[in-house]
Design a binder for this molecule. Structure first.
Ligand code: NAD
Ligand code: UDP
Length: 313
């Protein structure tokens, strides 16, 4: 039995990861400050004697004896990470320093949840891990993008300078049950709007693209990365290469929900990336043939069912 710390474990992805790690027979400590996460996401795990919940902010040092650390703590939705940009930077940078310092001290393996946002508004398409990205360092997304880029640098340097056993995954847009309905991300926004019969808010002309990955596929990829050979530290893209425009996504959700909602067009937020699609050849090669298995339609149906049960109309 391994002891595993998951920071941000009460969030959308973190809660799925905690559940999977418990089901696989591990002991899990879930640490969260509940900024965007919720106890409700992990309530069902509290009965397990192998699950422990700790309210703590990752920007402060934390001491515990574990074998592995998944560093997931950080708001991921633009609305939430832009709410307090300085705090977002602190969470990424000081959070990374604290978790790397802990890993160094207790000789644990530590995995960083990085992001496709390190590619910014990418000029190379699809994005491979050796592309350095196109990020506006002073724009409204920079608190998140540059925070995550600095965290990657910290991870690499703790590895080369201090021999810390690290892993970096670059997560592409991930969706699924347990997303916060007020999260502000496109999949949850469109589903909630469609179910409530409200207008579907398309930002810009809706021709920008994203590649959407179902959360179970991400969790599988993250765990395979943690268990990959020591010499393979990443960064590695974990995403689903299926690429869709926001109009295509909206129409798919309207069809699946049988909704009569209308599309309305709102201004595009600054620095909104025009395209995004992962090249996942490295993940396939290094992570034992890992490939995302859930097509968008199938994942959307599961997510729609979740929100349908959650919402009070
Ligand atoms: P989320 O907002 O649902 O989860 C983040 C969790 O971290 C929440 O429970 C929040 O309360 C917690 N948190 C935030 N700041 C904290 C702090 N200072 N101390 C302790 N806990 C803190 O978002 P998510 O989608 O589950 O994302 C999880 C991780 O994956 C993040 O690091 C995010 O950057 C990364 N990621 C997610 C996506 C995606 O599409 N969902 C894409 C790329 C990267
Ligand atoms: N978006 C949209 N309507 C919404 C929310 C988002 O059209 O109600 C767009 C947004 O402008 C972006 C895409 O959907 O182009 C994905 O946005 P999200 O916030 O989910 O993720 P990110 O931009 O970080 O990839």
């Amino acid at each position: 039995m391994k002891k595993i710390l998951v920071t941000g474990g009460a969030g959308f992805i973190g809660s799925h990861l905690c559940e999977r790690l418990i089901n696989d027979g591990n002991e899990v400590i879930c640490m969260d400050n509940y900024f965007t996460g919720s106890k409700k996401n992990i309530l069902h795990l509290l009965d397990s004697p192998y699950f422990e919940l700790v309210r703590h902010d990752v920007t402060h040092p934390y001491f515990v004896e574990v074998d592995e650390i998944y560093n997931m703590a950080c708001p991921a939705s633009p609305v939430h990470y832009q709410y307090n940009p300085i705090k977002t930077i602190k969470t990424s940078v000081m959070g990374a320093i604290n978790m790397l310092g802990l890993a160094k001290r207790i000789k644990a393996k530590v995995l960083q949840a990085s992001t496709s946002e390190v590619y910014g508004d990418p000029i190379v398409h699809p994005q491979t891990e050796n592309y350095w990205g196109n990020v506006n360092p002073i724009g409204i997304r920079s608190c998140y993008d540059e925070g995550k880029r600095c965290a990657e640098s910290l991870f690499i340097n703790y590895h080369t300078q201090n021999n810390v056993n690290i892993k970096i995954i670059r997560i592409f847009n991930t969706y699924g049950p347990k997303m916060n309905p007020n999260d502000g991300r496109v999949v949850s926004n469109f589903i909630v709007q469609a179910l409530k019969g409200e207008d579907i808010t398309i930002f810009g002309n809706g021709m920008q693209t994203r590649s959407f990955q179902y959360v179970d596929d991400l969790v599988e990829g993250a765990i395979r990365m943690m268990n990959s050979r020591d010499e393979f530290i990443g960064p590695v893209n974990i995403g689903n290469p299926g690429e869709f425009t926001m109009i295509e996504l909206a129409n798919m959700i309207l069809e699946l929900t049988n909704s009569k909602s209308k599309l309305i067009y709102l201004p595009l937020p600054a620095d909104d990336p025009t395209q995004r699609q992962p090249n996942i050849e490295l993940a396939k090669k290094e992570l034992n043939g890992w490939v995302p298995k859930t097509p968008l339609k199938e994942g959307l149906i599961k997510t729609i069912n979740y929100f349908d049960n959650l919402l009070t109309y």
